[in-house]
Ligand binder design. Structure first.
Ligand SMILES: [Fe+2]
Ligand SMILES: [Fe+2]
Length: 193
């Protein structure tokens, strides 16, 4: 997609066809948030919009369908990918973004692939998508959103660290498996790599 303009309206029409109403609204919320945060940090708004709009594109499939799709297209899934709940849509989403939506910019594809787990040493672009996913303005917790946004604007890593902690707490409360990439992401925010 680098070098050629992304037709966002067509992209939205395509996504609306496959995503549930709730997921589509979340997608638009993430787009809105990514533009807003990206402006503050002078990140490429076009690429942020593409990553935000496509980050959950694989959620048109349920978990079983996602696993079948991965097998069918030889997308490697590790034992940890399968153990940690609800994260494989990110890796598959990046594949679909490239295959079906012709996105080739690595920063867009990586931001999609790691939006759920995070990873050590994420780029600023990736962190903005990770944070925007959590701070979707349609999310219920407005007060928490405002607090985290303020923190992000004063220090991106500190704000993102609070989001990672909240996400890890949620997974731990449910006694679910934590993906090693998420632990590595958490550690990298404490001690920059
Ligand atoms: Fe997601
Ligand atoms: Fe999402």
């Amino acid at each position: 997609m680098r070098g050629c303009k992304i037709d966002f309206e067509s992209l939205k029409i395509e996504l609306r066809k496959t995503l549930s109403e709730k997921r589509f609204q979340h997608t638009l919320g993430v787009e809105q948030r990514a533009i807003e945060i990206g402006k503050h940090f002078s990140e490429n708004p076009e690429n942020l919009r593409a990553a935000a709009l496509l980050h959950d594109c694989a959620k048109s499939m349920n978990q079983e369908e996602q696993i079948s799709y991965a097998k069918e297209h030889s997308i490697p899934l590790s034992e940890h990918d399968l153990k940690a709940k609800g994260i494989i849509h990110a890796k598959i989403g990046a594949f679909i973004a490239r295959k079906n939506f012709h996105i080739s910019a690595p920063e867009i594809l990586d931001a999609i692939a790691f939006h759920s787990t995070g990873r050590a040493g994420m780029t600023r672009f990736e962190k903005i998508i990770f944070a925007s996913d959590y701070l979707d303005p349609y999310r219920k917790f407005q007060e928490e959103n405002d607090k985290l946004l303020k923190l992000i604007y004063s220090n991106l890593d500190k704000g993102v660290l609070e989001i990672v902690k909240a996400k890890l707490r949620y997974v731990m409360e449910k006694n679910e498996s934590i993906h090693p990439l998420s632990i590595q992401f958490y550690n990298s925010l404490l001690i920059p790599v």
